[in-house]
Design a protein around this ligand. Structure first.
Ligand SMILES: [Zn+2]
Length: 283
């Protein structure tokens, strides 16, 4: 019986090997996180880096997307969230929008993965090539400029956490629920995290023990960031005193890329993204 079965077994074994290793891969990658990591790896292997020069990227940003007029602030209508309601929640239909407003009210689709993720060439607090190392191309370029400027000012920043997939956020949220109960002001629900856009990077310093904590505000690095991030198109997305508006605790470490035009408007007016969108006129 065993002897008869052996050739059959060999046939299946050889067939499996000929088809490729996909069976083995699938056996191992039984969770979607693994697949996402592989996707990021593949993107990296394509040697995707910045397709445009800094001038080309900033020129593309200046095409009537946001500006100040005599009547006030205006914005291209296509830069406002387009939403549909799914299970009572507003789900963003144009998630690639660089001005996308993600919060408790507006969610990203669960299957949204930015298609231009790259690893910025900046100092990280870790060595692994994992998804949190990645940002969208435009944001990655701007982060490099920000880190270079900081360096020149004698400020040593460390990137801690960038892109985060929907699935990874699900894991973090579930863990937070288990450990702390439903503390939504600290950990975003899946779909509500800006990190899924690939436009957010958490930053800290050696002086703050690489921690993402409110104490970062008091460090030289935190203060430099609060004063200069907007010059490179980033905002401190969850400022102190605006918790009721953003729905999040103060996070001096959480940078959101939004382009220099809006970042400067927000900085000058001391506005959150929500406050700005309440003032601006879509055209
Ligand atoms: Zn963050």
């Amino acid at each position: 019986m065993l002897k008869k079965a052996a050739p059959l077994f060999m046939f299946f074994l050889i067939t499996t090997v000929m088809i490729g290793c996909s069976f083995w891969d699938e056996g191992q990658a039984d969770n979607r996180l693994q697949k996402e990591a592989e996707q990021v790896e593949q993107d990296r292997d394509k040697d995707v880096h910045y397709e445009g020069t800094s001038e080309e990227i900033s020129a593309s940003l200046n095409e009537n997307e946001a500006e100040e007029t005599e009547e006030g602030y205006v914005i291209s209508a296509d830069k406002i969230n387009e939403v549909i309601t799914v299970d009572g929640q507003a789900v963003i239909q144009n998630p690639d929008n660089i001005f996308a407003n993600i919060n408790r009210e507006f969610l990203l689709p669960s299957d949204y993965i930015p298609d231009d993720l790259v690893a910025p060439n900046v100092r990280f607090s870790f060595d692994e090539d994992v998804e949190k190392r990645y940002l969208r191309e435009e944001a990655a370029f701007a982060l490099e400029e920000l880190f270079t400027a900081a360096e020149e000012a004698g400020i040593e920043l460390f990137a801690i956490s960038g892109y985060r997939s929907y699935e990874r956020q699900e894991v973090l949220y579930d863990n937070a629920l288990t450990n702390h109960g439903a503390d939504q002001e600290v950990v975003a629900m899946p779909g509500q995290s800006e990190h899924q856009t690939g436009l957010a990077m958490d930053v800290s310093s050696r002086s703050n023990g690489f921690a993402l904590s409110a104490a970062f505000e008091e460090t030289d690095e935190g203060q430099w960031l609060a004063e200069h991030a907007h010059e490179y198109g980033f905002i401190i997305r969850y400022p102190k005193g605006k918790e009721e508006i953003t729905g999040y605790d103060f996070e001096p470490w959480h940078l959101r890329y939004i382009g220099t035009e809006i970042a400067e408007i927000l900085f000058e007016n001391d506005w959150t993204l929500e406050e700005y969108l309440g003032e601006v006129t879509p055209i």
